[in-house]
Design a protein around this ligand. Structure first.
Ligand SMILES: C[S@@+](CC[C@H](N)C(=O)[O-])C[C@H]1O[C@@H](n2cnc3c(N)ncnc32)[C@H](O)[C@@H]1O
Length: 324
């Protein structure tokens, strides 16, 4: 820049006699240099980002910076608005960059028990963190209270992140929460997340579809209602597909019985993945005929998925995450 002007900073100062004139020139030179460097290298961006991103896991931070994404929008999140955000299946690195940015910026976060360890540490130190629970059969806050809480926090003028495990629109009751927001006139956005089936299957080495094994995949809830799993069993028991049961551990016996009685061979590969994508991930391999017994003997508890279909047999070849 100075070469272009054919002047060195010191030569410019020589031409001014008084101290105040020299001071003014120094300030002007600093501003000009700063603006030039800033526009060329984005230094201003780095100064602003680094302290604000200090709490964010470094790999997310680096990924965001590589993409040129700003994660320092603390002052730009709109007040009185709710973001319904998917936190993914557990591994914090499976968060989207948008989710990480919103978590780091929100005034208040209402989160479920399936939000992976370490993710809440990304919230601002002064953010309001409210645990909404929702473990099977021990809901900390009833759904209506959660809906009302979101409205209340937004009406207080806070930017609110409603954080759910996996994807908020897959067995997450995200739609119900949004309906309440719409009825109350609260603005919102939705940020999808990696759903448990996609995350757990990837980390267990089961491609959910595969040309030689399954042309479709179905996600179903295995949650018992009135003691029965009321599902379209003839459709689920068709061959050449993968079926993933969420919340199915308590109903595993009924699920396997129905799949076999609707036509699938009892030798059909089946598996359970518990705590998928996390260091404690455990994959149990079985068949439809043996799965209930394997679950009982290994005392597996939720959160876990049941995967049924011949893609499960690929685990032996494609497993990469779990140590044997
Ligand atoms: C209420 S559903 C929420 C699903 C979530 N919205 C999603 O998209 O993954 C909770 C169920 O998801 C499954 N799940 C969620 N995270 C899991 C994980 N890390 N490992 C295994 N299963 C998981 C379990 O079946 C659990 O009971």
């Amino acid at each position: 820049m100075f070469a272009r002007l054919n002047l060195s900073p010191l030569r410019i100062l020589d031409t001014y006699q008084s101290f105040s004139a020299r001071k003014a020139v120094c300030i002007q030179l600093f501003i000009t240099t700063y603006n030039y460097v800033n526009s060329t290298f984005g230094v201003y961006q780095t100064f602003i980002d680094l302290p604000l991103l200090a709490d964010t896991p470094s790999r997310i931070r680096m990924a965001a910076q590589r993409q040129g994404l700003r994660m320092n929008k603390l002052n730009t999140l709109e007040a009185g608005k709710v973001w319904l955000v998917g936190a993914g299946p557990g591994d914090p690195e499976l968060l989207t960059i948008k989710a990480a940015r919103l978590i780091a910026a929100a005034d208040a976060l209402v989160y479920d028990h399936l939000v992976g360890a370490g993710i809440m540490d990304m919230a601002r130190a002064d953010a309001r963190l409210i645990y909404a629970g929702k473990e099977a059969s021990k809901h900390t806050l009833p759904q209506d209270s959660i809906n009302d809480l979101l409205v209340k926090l937004a009406r207080e003028g806070l930017s609110v992140v409603r954080l759910k495990g996996g994807d908020p629109f897959i067995f997450g009751r995200g739609g119900e929460e949004l309906e309440t927001l719409v009825a109350s006139g609260i603005p919102f956005e939705v940020v999808p997340g990696v759903t448990a089936a996609a995350g757990c299957a990837a980390y267990a080495g089961f491609p959910l579809t595969h040309r030689d094994h399954a042309q479709s995949v179905t996600f179903v809830t295995g949650h018992l209602k009135d003691g029965t799993v009321n599902l379209d069993w003839p459709a689920l028991a068709r061959s050449r597909q993968t079926v993933v049961f969420y919340m199915g551990i308590g109903a595993a016996e009924e699920i396997c019985r129905q799949m076999i009685s609707h036509g699938l061979p009892s030798m059909t590969p089946a598996a359970v993945i518990r705590n998928g994508t996390q260091s404690e991930q455990k994959t149990l391999l079985a068949t439809l005929g043996t799965l209930p017994h394997r679950i009982a003997e290994s005392a597996i508890t939720p959160p876990a998925l049941i995967v049924v279909g011949s893609v499960v047999s690929l685990h032996e070849k494609l497993s990469w995450f779990e140590k044997p």
